[in-house]
Design a protein around this ligand. Structure first.
Ligand SMILES: *Cc1c(COP(=O)(O)O)cnc(C)c1O
Length: 413
């Protein structure tokens, strides 16, 4: 059996086989490999947006705030929590961007920790986290006079439990880590890291950007403290869609976020003096929520809830298995390396390949309708979103890459 036949059989047996057709068609695209960076729009979203403009906004006008929008940050947060986070209602909001929510939570968590124990002056993070996470941590550290404790992460793997155990202690205020590493796709040990940090009296802030909608999460079961993530990757919320923030119920009175604003007040419409935060997770809000941006998020999350994260994860592993198997069959002298974990238990939703020519080849792939992304210095991420990608699409896209590498190798000889 050829690899393409194998891909066809996988499609035939796929319990999620009817999902790819439930996205907007993308004419000219042979294979989309960037579902881990920008998910595709679900079919019917255009009509939903038109209805939103004509009816909810255009006709109901300001009445829609009372009728529905005021509650959307928490309501949409609960949808995300149920479909993707393994979290009970009342602990998640949709608002701001990941970067802003990271800041608000991290700063609030550090303050809460230091109020109880001023000796907690360290923030633990890793060298390979996404730039915005490092930037926010550096900013909070400068603001609060904290020391950054850097874990040196293997760029082809990620932060291990042993590495976390070795740095957390009585000086640690907060540990900030990505659950799935944006570069390698390494899946960190969520419950293990959480428990190790808690033993040391530290809190953990998880970045779930590459996890939500891709790997099952059980934040409540882990005893997680707080988390953030974007909705425009595997949750199909669209470019610049608002992020989600989770703060465990037990911390909601204790952690006060620093960007206090009227939408996070106890009663926004009395317009009185003095900020008294709203009860519960609503206090994480600052100003007017990004309502328009939540329309696609709600559509994407509804689809995920229907498919079920367990089925999504099973297909995701089968997709990345196929990608690994196809690339393993390429001539060794081409020098294409897989810079992602082989072990399924440590593998997120994408596979990263490395090759010195990838910076040039990515542009040619885009011209040929194959759309991965390039991450300097030499990484190409293959991120096949399980709901919108077929096995044959994955195979065909990889074959276009194969042919480009073969042409290049032929030209060199
Ligand atoms: C995509 C991503 C972000 C993006 O943050 P924005 O505020 O939405 O730009 C942050 N962290 C990680 C790990 C990401 O993968």
């Amino acid at each position: 059996m050829t690899d393409r036949e194998r891909a066809r059989m996988l499609d035939e047996a796929d319990p999620l086989a009817d999902y790819p057709a439930r996205f907007e068609p993308a004419p000219g695209v042979v294979a989309y490999f960037d579902g881990n960076s920008l998910g595709r729009p679900v079919a019917g979203l255009a009509e939903e947006l038109v209805r939103f403009v004509r009816h909810d906004w255009g006709t109901r006008l300001i009445r829609s705030w009372d009728e529905q929008w005021m509650g959307w940050p928490e309501e949409t947060g609960d949808l995300v929590a149920a479909a993707a986070l393994g979290a009970a209602p009342g602990q998640t909001v949709v608002a701001d961007s990941t970067t802003v929510l990271l800041y608000k939570l991290l700063r609030g968590m550090v303050a809460a920790q230091q109020q109880e124990d001023p000796a907690r002056v360290e923030l633990v993070l890793d060298t390979d986290n996404f730039p915005t996470d490092r930037d926010v941590a550096e900013g909070v550290a400068a603001e609060r006079g904290l020391r950054l404790r850097w874990i040196e992460a293997d760029p082809a793997a990620g932060v291990t439990l042993d590495q976390v155990r070795a740095v957390v202690g009585e000086r640690t205020a907060v540990v900030l880590l990505s659950h799935v590493a944006y570069r390698s796709g390494w899946l960190a040990d969520g419950p293990g890291v959480t428990a190790a940090a808690h033993e040391a009296g530290a809190m953990v802030l998880w970045d779930l950007c590459h996890s939500a909608g891709s790997v099952p999460l059980a934040l409540d079961e882990w005893g997680a403290d707080a988390a953030v993530g974007c909705t425009y990757k595997y949750l199909n919320g669209g470019p610049g869609a608002p992020a989600f923030g989770y703060l465990a119920r037990r911390h909601q009175d204790r952690v006060r976020q620093p960007v206090q604003g009227w939408m996070g007040r106890r009663d926004p419409f009395t317009m009185g003096p003095g900020h008294e935060p709203a009860a519960g997770i609503r206090a994480l809000l600052s100003g007017t929520p990004p309502v328009v941006g939540m329309v696609p998020v709600r559509a994407g999350v509804r689809m995920l809830a229907q498919a079920g994260i367990g089925a999504v994860r099973a297909k995701s592993l089968a997709l990345t298995d196929l990608a690994r198997a196809v690339v393993a069959g390429w001539p060794e002298e081409w020098g294409v390396q897989v810079a992602s974990p082989a072990e399924p238990a440590r593998r997120g939703g994408h596979v990263t390949l490395t090759h010195p020519s990838f910076a040039d080849l990515t542009a040619e792939l885009w011209r040929r309708g194959v759309v991965p992304d390039f991450r300097a210095p030499d990484g190409m991420r293959i991120g096949p979103a399980p709901l919108s990608t077929t096995f044959t699409e994955l195979y065909d896209g990889l074959m276009v890459l194969h042919d480009l590498l073969a042409e290049r190798d032929g030209a060199r000889r």
